[in-house]
Design a protein around this ligand. Structure first.
Ligand code: SF4
Length: 1009
């Protein structure tokens, strides 16, 4: 692996677009542990440039930080948080920082952790949706909701709506010939209404008045029909909301809509929340929708200490409801708000920035630069630099091959490695020719689009399996299954079978079942016959099992019994690892569906998978590991937040980029839309911003490529954006020619991904661990890899279901005690029941008995606790501490301080330990509790008195007193695990006892015992 010679760029990929700050600054703080003693304002400010410092030091009142690409946006927000604490303007718990993705929230939190001492960690850093969810759950009673409601993803929403379609007051939008025709449009419509902060009641009132007025004003049946349909939609929206609440489910839009309702309708809660969050900070503000801004405004209404960080030129989520007007009109909402502009870019050369700027100026005057009269022109990290190049080709395959050849040539030199390159595509579908060309040149690559999971071979075979179980006449799926990696039927035999199928019109399964009853045009091989018999016997076996097992359990058994999981687990290649990750992701999807449908059997589920795909539900592939030395092929939306030394933006032709505008089938009435759209061609502006985001990912070299022949009848024109960005763009007819033979490459198929190499996790990168990860690694590094890296799917085990339900009930008890709220045994039983799932039990009787036993355990626990008078000091309190450059995070179940100076950590176990000596030994040797003890000492600078484990099933309590030497040993354990994980050393460490209890025993190639 080659590394670049420029030291500050030796890390090829930054995980956030604003992560690249001054190299010296990044280095200085992240390598030192910040303690209360060395935590100071001067120290924080010393790390910043003038504009960043001005933003960070703003004392109070509304602040808009306009931060161009690569100018340190997230850096400023995290330093501002640190400054607010260091300057004592806010206590950590008074700070609320909001962003959009879990990944962005985690990165922000990680960076704050580096900046502030770990005793200052109780601030709220969250995504909008998690924060909304937290508020709604906390105040569910005030909203009249069941606190145990479930959250539906988009696909689950579709299932829910489909199941209840005939309960909704629909007529025009539920044609009986095709009742689900408008299902996706309806969901999108409801979601848009929530994004626009339109309540069901307001919508119905509007639509009723509109119909009444229409009837008065006109006799035109077309216009009247329009008004009737609008009312149908409004009533359907209201009915859907009512049904969701009755069924205790919510969707993503509800998390914000309900939080807003809470703040508007409960003055008491509103006041409490405004006092709780005195400083509100919003990252990526340009991506907020109208409703999210309303939520922020409600929260910040008291103190007006609102900081937003935004770049209007990078607003690319209109399709998800983002309202660019939020930032363009921020000053109208917050008169006199302070604006700070960050335009010192730490990422790209001036040549790249100038070309990007030239492009984005075509969005004038609908840009902040014009509206606010500010200068947003970015100053690059290096003057000049290589000019942005446009390459125009005869055919698409010539374009793709040249891109691959250029990458191969550059990577063969001393300056670049594969991980330095990125190929950016406008959409998932556009990636294929480039993937093919990279594969042909044996260049390792990783494709990470927003979709594509269902197209992966390992997932298609599961779909084919389910479909053959659901319908034994589905010969197409059986054909696919026979060819798959699992059965590998010889192609010649399969062709012969297809010939029989064509002649006789009998299902393939019937032919496989009784091959001797058919006439074959040639002899079947022995291997072919054996495979046919195996497929038939497997089919019959799983058909039988499908009567008792839900779809995901059936899939799991199939993968395990056929040895496919073990083969992948033993594969030891990045490709088999990647397949396992995709399988894990698919299993999560399958399990989520099961939560929201009344039937989880294979036939039903196979049908739903098709339905979901028809609705456009296709989850993204497992995230690529950006540490891999592989070319990243990404959609531009996926690339936001990343940077690469060399970027190829490909497929830049008219109608592909910019795409053509698509309008929703069901639009919201204009009168209800509050987001004020700019006046220009909004779609074109959004596409241009996307192009701008793509260009500004490049650090040193940027290539824009296009081809005139994409296989259609008409030649494609070079994208308008290329002409806008580059002075010497090639004209449509000025293309590089290739031989006719090369056109045959169009018909090649995409081979499987190549395996990129993985490097160590560098020492300067923070590694986040918890007690369970550490324990897994120290037990067996291969177990850690299966569980934490590959996330190999596991069958749901009844002990997990039981343990979770018990744990939730205990948490409820402790929380109420902490909050001094009344609690009864019935409350515990209610929570226990709400968290119970009928999965993994051996039989119905087993489940019934386990459930009854759990109820008894809780009653016993309640009586035992009520007999004493202990009140917890903390419940489910999160903690973090650092050891070297490793962060250890977790949660104490409960902390008690029974007398002055006495501190006990308490944890609950549902394992069946009925011998007091065993309970004592298990307690003393608990690595988890030792780590928790270290965490307490780190946070409060004093040791605990001891820890206790409550073995709930038997009521036994084990106790261990504090011993310094145990903690020293624990530190060594943590560092040992961290060092191994950083080296990515997953050498198995088998042993009869550990393998016996290892969940991966069935697939592990070296399991003992
Ligand atoms: S079965 Fe044994 S060797 Fe394999 S992962 Fe589990 S503990 Fe490690």
């Amino acid at each position: 692996m080659k590394l670049r010679s420029t030291p500050q760029l030796s890390l090829p990929i930054e995980f956030d677009d604003e992560r690249t700050a001054e190299p010296s600054a990044t280095a200085s703080l992240s390598h030192q542990t910040i303690t209360s003693a060395n935590f100071s304002i001067d120290r924080i400010l010393a790390e910043l440039n003038d504009a960043q410092r001005e933003a960070v030091q703003h004392p109070a009142g509304p602040l808009a930080i306009i931060a161009g690409a690569g100018t340190g946006k997230t850096r400023v927000i995290t330093y501002r948080i640190a400054y607010l604490i260091a300057a004592k303007l806010a206590k950590p718990k008074e700070i609320l920082a909001l962003t959009f993705t879990d990944k962005a929230a985690a990165e922000m939190e990680e960076r704050v952790d580096v900046l502030v001492p770990y005793s200052y960690t109780d601030m709220t850093i969250s995504t909008f949706h998690s924060f909304g969810d937290k508020l709604v759950r906390e105040f569910a009673v005030d909203l009249g909701l069941d606190p145990d409601f479930k959250l539906m993803r988009q696909a689950e929403q579709a299932l829910f709506l489909r199941e209840h379609l005939f309960k909704l007051p629909l007529k025009h939008y539920r044609p009986l010939s095709n009742p689900t025709k408008f299902l996706e449009d309806l969901l999108r419509h409801f979601s848009r209404a929530k994004d626009e902060d339109i309540s069901p009641a307001d919508y119905v009132t509007f639509a009723e008045n509109n119909l009444a007025a229409t009837l008065q004003q006109t006799g035109d049946s077309v216009i009247i029909l329009q008004a009737e349909k609008q009312l149908e939609l409004a009533r359907c929206y209201a009915a859907y909301q009512k049904l969701s609440i009755e069924s205790s489910v919510t969707d993503f839009g509800d998390q914000i809509a309900l939080a807003i309702r809470l703040l508007r309708e409960s003055p008491d809660v509103r006041r409490r929340l405004q006092e709780r969050y005195r400083y509100v900070l919003v990252d990526e503000f340009q991506d907020t929708n109208y409703a999210q801004f309303q939520l922020v405004k409600e929260l910040a209404a008291g103190q007006r200490n609102l900081t937003v960080v935004a770049d209007d030129d990078q607003s690319i989520y209109k399709f998800r409801g983002a309202a660019i007007s939020n930032i363009l009109n921020f000053n109208d909402t917050y008169r006199g708000a302070k604006y700070v502009v960050l335009n010192k870019n730490y990422r790209s050369t001036q040549a790249i920035l100038d070309a990007s700027y030239k492009l984005i100026r075509h969005n004038d005057p609908d840009r902040l630069e014009i509206k606010q009269q500010i200068d947003k022109k970015l100053i690059g990290r290096a003057p000049g630099g290589k000019a942005v190049e446009h390459l125009h080709f005869d055919t698409l395959s010539a374009e793709a091959e040249t891109v691959a050849a250029m990458i191969a040539q550059k990577a063969a030199g001393a300056d670049f490695k594969y991980g330095d390159f990125c190929v950016l595509v406008r959409s998932n579908n556009a990636a294929d020719p480039y993937l093919r060309a990279l594969a042909e040149k044996k260049i390792p690559y990783r494709f990470s689009g927003n979709r594509g999971l269902y197209q992966r071979e390992e997932i298609r075979l599961l779909r084919a399996f389910l479909k053959t179980v659901a319908d034994s006449r589905d010969s197409q799926s059986l054909y696919h299954l026979a060819l798959s990696e699992i059965y590998r039927m010889p192609m010649q035999d399969l062709q012969l079978a297809l010939g029989v199928h064509d002649r006789t019109h009998r299902p393939l399964l019937g032919i496989f079942r009784k091959p001797n009853e058919f006439e074959w045009s040639a002899s079947l091989s022995a291997e072919g016959r054996v495979t046919m018999a195996k497929i038939v016997s497997d089919h019959d076996k799983y058909l039988e099992k499908s009567r008792q097992l839900p779809a995901y359990a059936l899939l799991y058994h199939f993968l395990k019994d056929t040895g496919y999981l073990s083969r992948l687990a033993a594969g030891e290649s990045a490709e088999s690892d990647y397949k396992l990750r995709n399988l894990a992701k698919f299993f999560n999807t399958v399990q989520n569906y099961a939560n929201f449908t009344s039937s989880g059997d294979a036939a039903f589920f196979a049908q739903h998978l098709d339905l979901m795909r028809d609705f456009g539900d296709d989850p993204g592939l497992a995230d690529a590991d950006l540490d891999e030395d592989a070319v990243q092929v990404l959609t531009i939306h996926k690339a936001k937040g990343l940077e690469f030394p060399v970027v190829f933006m490909v497929g830049l032709v008219a109608k592909k980029f910019p795409t053509e505008a698509r309008h929703s089938t069901i639009e919201l009435p204009d009168a209800l839309i509050k987001d004020k759209l700019p006046e220009g061609d909004f779609h074109l502006q959004e596409e241009r911003r996307l192009f701008y985001v793509g260009m500004t990912r490049a650090q040193d070299e940027l290539y824009l490529t296009s081809a005139r022949d994409h296989g259609g009848a008409k030649a494609r024109k070079v994208s308008l954006f290329v002409h806008e960005a580059v002075d010497h763009a090639h004209a449509d007819e000025d293309y590089l020619k290739r031989s006719p033979l090369e056109t045959l490459a169009h018909f090649d198929v995409t081979p499987e991904d190549f395996s990129p190499a993985e490097g160590d996790i560098p020492p300067e990168q923070m590694l986040t661990l918890d007690a369970y990860k550490i324990d897994d690694y120290l037990t067996c590094p291969l177990k850690y890899k299966y569980a934490r890296i590959l996330r190999v799917p596991l069958e749901v085990h009844h002990t997990i279901i039981y343990g979770k339900a018990i744990h939730e009930a205990i948490r409820e008890y402790n929380q109420r005690k902490l909050q001094n709220r009344p609690v009864s045994a019935e409350d515990l039983l209610r929570v226990f029941k709400a968290n119970w799932r009928s999965e993994g039990f051996i039989s119905r009787e087993h489940e019934d008995q386990r459930f009854a036993y759990g109820q008894e355990v809780l009653k016993k626990f309640f009586a035992q606790q009520e007999a004493g008078d202990a009140i917890p000091k903390y419940v489910e309190e999160p903690f973090k501490f650092r050891l070297g450059n490793n962060q250890i995070a977790g949660r104490w179940d409960r902390v008690d301080e029974p007398a002055a100076g006495e501190v006990y950590l308490i944890d609950y176990k549902s394992s069946d330990v009925n011998d007091p000596e065993k309970a004592r030994v298990q307690t003393v040797s608990s690595r988890q509790m030792r780590i928790y003890a270290l965490a307490y000492e780190a946070r409060f600078s004093r040791p605990i008195t001891g820890w206790r484990l409550h073995f709930l099933d038997t009521g036994l309590i084990g106790e261990s007193s504090f011993k310094e030497r145990l903690l020293e040993k624990t530190k060594e354990d943590i560092l040992k695990a961290a060092a191994g994980i950083r080296r990515r050393d997953y050498t198995p460490d088998p042993g009869p006892t550990k393998c016996k209890y290892c969940a991966y025993q069935d697939i592990c190639p070296v399991a003992e015992g």
